[in-house]
Write a protein that binds this ligand. Structure first.
Ligand SMILES: C[S@@+](CC[C@H](N)C(=O)[O-])C[C@H]1O[C@@H](n2cnc3c(N)ncnc32)[C@H](O)[C@@H]1O
Length: 222
């Protein structure tokens, strides 16, 4: 599918899919959305409620541009937890495309660090730096079949408007199974049908204030 580049409201670039009229991030700010939904409501929340846990096993649904992974690696420097970050992606962004994303400059991070996330081998775990290990897996979300493996899931699939099959009980039951007891899933989505699908497979779901441009988002607990 054709990929174009679009600058969002906070100045950070995202990828736009003209065929679907869909973006990898919110037009109201890619970095702002990722920080609000995944770092603050996800990682910081989980870390604060499990202060004595040494390692957080994290699963990302949709590695995409690597922005969530980058922000997580940076956040890990301030946490007492180590992060093992598994990013699932069926259609990887090429390194030449990743070079067009301005996250390192906006976050004052060496470009090489962001490139290391993209250059890390698929189907392997690579220690990117002390406290942050990245495991990239190239596969479809429907092929995830793990049991009680993860503490935290960033559920960052394209919206239900374009991929309704990814917001169903069938996918959320895989997520529920993949989480350890007390595990947490966060997503930018807030639709009632999504919340009900999560509840139907056993999650307890909270509605939280959303990122810029969105009233609400969801956080689900096992
Ligand atoms: C909203 S984007 C993810 C954004 C990403 N988290 C980031 O920080 O850039 C959704 C991602 O899911 C991937 N994807 C779409 N359908 C998929 C599927 N069935 N299985 C695996 N990956 C899929 C897309 O290629 C895209 O990278």
């Amino acid at each position: 599918m054709k990929r174009e580049f679009l600058t969002t409201a906070d100045g950070s670039v995202t990828i736009h899919l003209p065929e679907w009229n869909e973006q990898y991030h919110s037009k109201h700010g890619a970095i702002a959305e990722a920080r609000h939904v995944f770092i603050c409501a996800g990682l910081q929340y989980y870390a604060a409620s499990h202060p004595h846990q040494k390692t957080i096993e994290l699963l990302e649904i949709g590695f995409g541009t690597g922005l969530n992974a980058l922000l997580t690696a940076v956040e890990a420097r301030t946490l007492s937890h180590d992060i093992v970050y598994t990013g699932i992606e069926a259609y990887p962004v090429a390194t030449s495309e990743a070079d067009k994303l301005n996250y390192p400059a906006l976050l004052s991070i060496p470009t090489k660090f962001f490139q290391a996330l993209h250059k890390a081998a698929w189907e392997e775990c690579s220690q990117i730096e002390d406290g942050f290990t990245l495991c990239k897996q190239q596969k479809k979300f429907s092929d995830i079949d793990e049991n009680q493996q993860y503490h935290l899931i960033y559920f960052d699939a394209f919206g239900a408007r374009v991929q309704p099959e990814l917001w169903t009980e069938s996918i959320f039951s895989k997520m529920y199974k993949a989480l350890k007891p007390e595990g947490v899933l966060v997503t930018y989505a807030a639709k009632g049908s999504v919340r009900r699908a999560m509840q139907a497979v056993g999650f307890t779901v909270e509605r939280l204030a959303g990122p810029p441009g969105k009233r609400e988002m969801l956080r689900a607990g096992k």
